[in-house]
Write a protein that binds this ligand. Structure first.
Ligand code: C2E
Ligand code: MG
Ligand code: MG
Ligand code: MG
Length: 272
């Protein structure tokens, strides 16, 4: 089928593209209903100190259990939620739920919550964070918010203003997936981040390739120079962890140290 585009040219859509678009619209509708339907659950992935092995915190990873679709990956539904705006109530739910749960833990570990660029652009995040901390009684120093460079990309002044106000509450800010964006170095200069999360892609070849190791080393040196601790994402092998230790990386997160899972199990294991 051919359809006239705005410029008067013809573009072709095949049946699959039509279906994909329809499915996104359907998914968007379902996302708006998913909180009330109690289809969202939080998983937590442990973060550890590389030198001591001590637990430093847990990252919250959202899971969507849909009655027909089954478990849907955030990689598939977060972009749809961002496009249709459902990320605003969903993100608020994640923040409130994570802070409420963490406030009840028998230990003082940090809880790290992912923020969408859409939340930063369209919500008064400092006010929301402040309100949720008051409501849940979580100490601000136990909350960390993970943002990606795309958060700063769209409206830099607004984003930096919001991040400063959040930091002023005593909450820390990590830059997520570092090294994959367009202007990583500039981003680091524009805001005093509390943590750099080195993207998983850097670890994939670190065991075999000197070039990959040089990249990791360079980012660790950058963190050191700026006095920002670096956490390596996606650590899957003990060899990777050895390399990170040798290169002076501060924290690590990945399947080797723990899969994302419900928190109860993990706190019980820790207590044992
Ligand atoms: P992220 O924040 O970079 O989270 C890390 C992702 O890497 C998670 O995928 C985690 O399960 C996965 N991962 C952890 N360790 C390993 C490892 O050793 N190997 C491999 N291959 N993967 C590992 P997940 O849970 O599918 O989440 C994907 C992305 O979805 C997250 O990337 C984050 O950007 C987004 N996301 C998840 N939860 C939320 C949320 O509550 N709000 C927002 N805005 N985004 C979220
Ligand atoms: Mg993250
Ligand atoms: Mg990440
Ligand atoms: Mg990542």
């Amino acid at each position: 089928r051919a359809k006239a585009s705005l410029t008067g040219e013809f573009c072709f859509y095949d049946v699959e593209m039509d279906e994909a678009a329809r499915d996104r619209t359907k998914m968007a509708k379902e996302l708006w209903a998913a909180i009330d339907a109690k289809q969202f659950h939080l998983n937590y992935q442990v973060q550890k100190s590389v030198s001591t092995g001590d637990i430093t915190g847990y990252e919250v990873l959202l899971r969507w259990y849909h009655p027909e679709r089954g478990l849907v990956s955030p990689v598939d539904f977060i972009p749809v939620a961002e496009e249709c705006g459902a990320i605003l109530p969903i993100g608020e739910w994640v923040l409130r739920e994570a802070c409420r749960e963490a406030a009840g833990w028998p230990v003082d570990h940090k809880v790290a919550v992912n923020l969408s660029p859409v939340q930063i652009a369209h919500t008064d995040m400092p006010a929301l964070v402040h309100q949720v901390l008051l409501e849940t009684g979580l100490k601000p120093s136990r909350l960390e918010l993970e943002i990606t460079e795309s958060s700063i990309f769209s409206d830099k002044q607004r984003a930096l203003h919001a991040l400063r106000a959040i930091k002023a509450l005593g909450v820390s800010i990590a830059i997520d997936d570092f090294g994959t964006g367009y202007s990583s170095l500039e981003t680091l200069q524009s805001f005093p981040f509390d943590k750099i999360k080195l993207d998983r892609s850097f670890l994939i070849d670190v065991e075999r390739s000197e070039e990959a190791k040089a990249m990791v080393r360079a980012i660790l040196a950058l963190g050191q120079g700026l006095r920002i601790p670096v956490l390596a994402e996606g650590v899957e092998t003990s060899h990777q962890l050895d390399i990170l230790r040798h290169e002076g990386c501060h924290e690590a997160q990945g399947y080797l140290l723990g899969r994302p899972m419900p928190i109860d199990k993990q706190l019980l294991t820790e207590a044992a």
